[in-house]
Design a protein around this ligand. Structure first.
Ligand SMILES: Nc1ncnc2c1ncn2[C@@H]1O[C@H](COP(=O)(O)OP(=O)(O)OP(=O)(O)O)[C@@H](O)[C@H]1O
Ligand SMILES: O=c1ccn([C@@H]2O[C@H](COP(=O)(O)O)[C@@H](O)[C@H]2O)c(=O)[nH]1
Length: 245
């Protein structure tokens, strides 16, 4: 039976930045950030919203940085994807401690550790109220977890892909480097592509554009925003097609 929801969205795909999981640390995972995110996700489940998660790996390894340090790029990307599985295991632990049944699926088979990704099983698990974490990105090198988030969001027919990051939305330039950068409330996919706005990788934007998947970028350090977004609040930046902007 379809779950009742008082929220604007029935099913979302939430992409959490790996880097933001570090919290105050220089590397790794800050358990306080995991616990806070688990509480926010519990709020969504309380509203009846089905939640798919993709977690980045930037707190541990990124293939590009490893290859710049001399490692083979594909080996580096494999390490990055494995990093996302570690983050997924840590997030599952935090979610289950908050009494939320959680499934971790991996695009790279990892028998005995997590389930192999299967779209139909994922949709069944979401319908029965489990949080589903899609780990190991797309399973292919040269991609990022932004693309994995859009891909899985489209596959599970999510109503919205949310990118939870450590800036307030999409700006005219990287706000960490340019203090004069200004934030957009609304953008079209074409504007993000034309202006090459770097908050999300452009492959992910093209995929979302091709499938008309709305995207929202917001700051995951703002407690309570996620719940408010589900009930029609406006935070961060919404990215949609020209006819909906
Ligand atoms: N135009 C822009 N608007 C906003 N942020 C931008 C822009 N250009 C670059 N950025 C940067 O993009 C970053 C996005 O960060 P995030 O950590 O989510 O990246 P990621 O690589 O997708 O995730 P991960 O940390 O998991 O690797 C922000 O921290 C910000 O500094
Ligand atoms: O589909 C994918 C997704 C990710 N990777 C590698 O993992 C790291 C971590 O992901 P982020 O999106 O940067 O957080 C990424 O840098 C890639 O090296 C991948 O190869 N394929």
């Amino acid at each position: 039976m379809a779950e009742q929801t008082s929220a604007k969205y029935k099913r979302i795909l939430l992409k959490l930045s790996g880097e933001a999981l570090m919290g105050e640390l220089d590397f790794g995972i800050d358990p306080k950030v995991l616990d806070r995110m688990a509480l926010e996700i519990a709020q969504l489940r309380g509203l009846g919203v089905q939640v798919g998660l993709v977690i980045g790996g930037g707190n541990l390894f990124r293939g590009k940085a490893l290859s710049e340090a001399g490692l083979d790029r594909v080996a580096g990307d494999h390490m990055g994807m494995l990093a996302t599985v570690m983050n997924a295991l840590a997030m599952r632990d935090a979610l289950e401690r908050s009494n939320m049944p959680t499934r971790v699926m991996s695009a790279i088979p990892m028998s005995g550790v997590v389930d192999h990704y299967d779209r139909r099983s994922a949709i069944r698990a979401l319908n029965q109220g489990d949080v589903v974490i899609f780990s190991a990105g797309t399973g292919n090198p040269f991609f990022t977890t932004d693309s994995a988030a859009c891909l899985r969001g489209i596959e599970i027919n999510a109503d919205l892909v949310l990118k939870a990051t450590n800036v307030d939305g999409v700006y005219t330039a990287d706000p960490k480097k340019d203090p004069t950068a200004e934030k957009y409330d609304l953008l079209t996919y074409s504007e993000v592509l034309e202006k090459q706005l770097g908050v999300m990788d452009l492959t992910a934007i093209v995929l979302a554009q091709d499938h008309d998947m709305p995207l929202r970028v917001y700051n995951m350090n703002d407690t309570g925003v996620l719940g408010r977004l589900m009930t029609g609040g406006e935070h961060g930046t919404l990215i949609v097609s020209g006819d909906k902007a």
